[in-house]
Design a protein around this ligand. Sequence first.
Ligand SMILES: Cc1ncc(COP(=O)(O)O)c(C=O)c1O
Length: 389
Amino acid sequence: MKNYDFDRVPSRKNTDSVKWDYLQRYFGQEDVLPMWVADMDFPSPPAVSQALEERVQHQIYGYTAPPDSLRAAICHWIRRKHDWEVEEEWLILTTGVIPAMSTALHTFTRPGDTILIQPPVYPPFFSLVTKNGRKLVENPLTLQNGSYSMDLEDLAGKVKDVEMLFLCSPHNPVGRIWTREELEQLGELASKEVVVVSDEIWWDLSLGEKHVPFGSLPAHISGNSITCISPSKTFNIPGLKVGAAIIPDHKLRRRFVKELERRCLSGGNIFGFIAAEAAYSEGDEWLYQLKNYLQGNIDFLLNFFTAHLPEIKVIKPQGTFVVWLDFRGLRLTEDELRELILKQARVGLISGLEFGREGAGFQRINIACPREGLKEGLERILEAVKARE
Ligand SMILES: Cc1ncc(COP(=O)(O)O)c(C=O)c1O
């Protein structure tokens, strides 16, 4: 069996990579080690590159429909990995998860309607709502003993007055894999009137706990839901812009498809289709080894902070390749924290405040890089903190 080498990777500089080449634009300086945007510094599975190369050789890239074989590969993957029987006709191919969520928002809500989110959470959850004239209701997660959970009591009070709920499952940035009980409770509280849009882009990257797809819950809970998925995080192909909405209910599905057509957003990218099918058909072993490597990086990070910087608390992730770091123990203002991370450590993390006001004092780090790079980033943080003392 082939051993994939996640320690040696090609440089991503000068490839127009957002993570590596947009440092000046995002951080206002070039000299930072980028550990921010949530993509990986590893090549995709060889089967993906081979399938793309073969298709490139053909030299004709005309209008192309998503092949039935892709739908079959996605359903087969979901059955194998997530124990969920998804019918091919439930799948609507999209150009990603956020486009699918945006389509759901426009299909099932109107300007002035209210959408519930659970901060701290992935920034587009806020902007999708506010930039489209909808109102936000926030049901913040609660942090206890180093782990986040849902505040279901608060949710019960707020969810009655909303039209839609954006669920992040697994949760970015706090790395929770929600339990079946938590999801069922949330689902019971979201009455039939509330459309649950479940962003499960990270679902293949659980590291131990079993991920439960919201759509696989009993129909009285999940009947009014849309599950948004993509191979982009799993196989590191977000630049190929491919994803899917899974909508078991045919009435919801028809409305969603109509909205996609009305906005001229149906169809997709030929290379996205090719890569997704190759990844879902032949990517199992690569993913298995990737997850081992990511777990190794998380363990390395946990040990590093425990040994050298116990005042910075790590929220131990159950999945994803981003880690939520709690710097509040350093007692710095936001400006001082930014100065420490960017100017002194020269590490490009994402400020917790981008994930909502609950993120004050936190930073999110991306650990999907060779261990040497991770070590370098952590050592830079250590040096900067020690220099302040
Ligand atoms: C929770 C979550 N949803 C969606 C996305 C982006 O999805 P897409 O690029 O498919 O629109 C990300 C990327 O980091 C994410 O973390």
